[in-house]
Design a protein around this ligand. Structure first.
Ligand SMILES: [Zn+2]
Length: 212
């Protein structure tokens, strides 16, 4: 298994620029697995976050890959900066938690309307799912009610693709003590529980979406 980090541009939360990262897992059995697709969605949302976007095609090309090479997409959740370029992967299954899909249907906001209009079809996952003996999805709700993370077992040990269950290493290391960054937890108690579960995996490496 090989892991590549994708540079998908950045966005602004108040005055701070946040990088946006997705990850490619080159897997012997599953092919090219993409975790999160970067920013896209309604103009007013992109404008609000002053998104400086990079297309997922350009980000993949940095690693000699193209969207058509991707065999599976896992969306950690359905915020615009994680599923925004899903339309580039109409040929691949898009795996998302059922609870997350229900959340956006219920939300009826600009992003959910955009997702609906895009015609994306999701493969819905209920909780944990083994994709291969060394790769699995785990539910990690709290940032959103249907958030999920991806756990790989590599030669280094456990590698965790955390999604937005912790925006940054600082949040991960403090385990949610102190003041949380804006938007970190929709439901703080549930979020703390998920973070404790992820910590219990004792990952050798954690791959963040919004850390430098
Ligand atoms: Zn995010």
């Amino acid at each position: 298994m090989e892991i590549k980090r994708l540079d998908l541009g950045h966005l602004y939360v108040t005055a701070h620029a946040w990088p946006v990262h997705g990850y490619v897992i080159l897997h012997e059995q599953l092919g090219v697995v993409l975790v999160d697709t970067g920013c896209g969605g309604p103009d007013e949302v992109l404008r609000h976050y002053k998104v400086v976007n990079r297309t997922v095609a350009d980000a993949l090309a940095d690693h000699g890959l193209a969207p058509i090479d991707v065999t599976m997409v896992i969306n950690t959740h359905l915020h615009f900066d994680h599923c925004g370029q899903n339309p580039a992967f109409a040929h691949a299954p898009l795996l998302v938690q059922r609870a997350e899909h229900e959340r956006i249907v219920r939300a009826r906001d600009d992003v959910s309307a955009w997702i609906e209009a895009s015609g994306m079809t999701f493969e819905l996952v209920d909780g944990s799912r083994a994709l291969a003996p060394d790769l699995r999805i785990v539910a990690s709700p709290g940032h959103t009610s249907g958030h999920q993370s991806v756990v790989a077992t590599t030669g280094r040990g456990i590698e965790l693709f955390i999604g937005d269950a912790a925006y940054t290493r600082a949040v991960w290391e403090k385990a949610g003590a102190g003041r949380l960054p804006e938007g970190q937890a929709e439901d703080v108690e549930t979020w703390r529980g998920s973070l404790a579960n992820l910590k219990a995996l004792a990952p050798a490496r954690v791959h963040f979406c919004h850390d430098g």
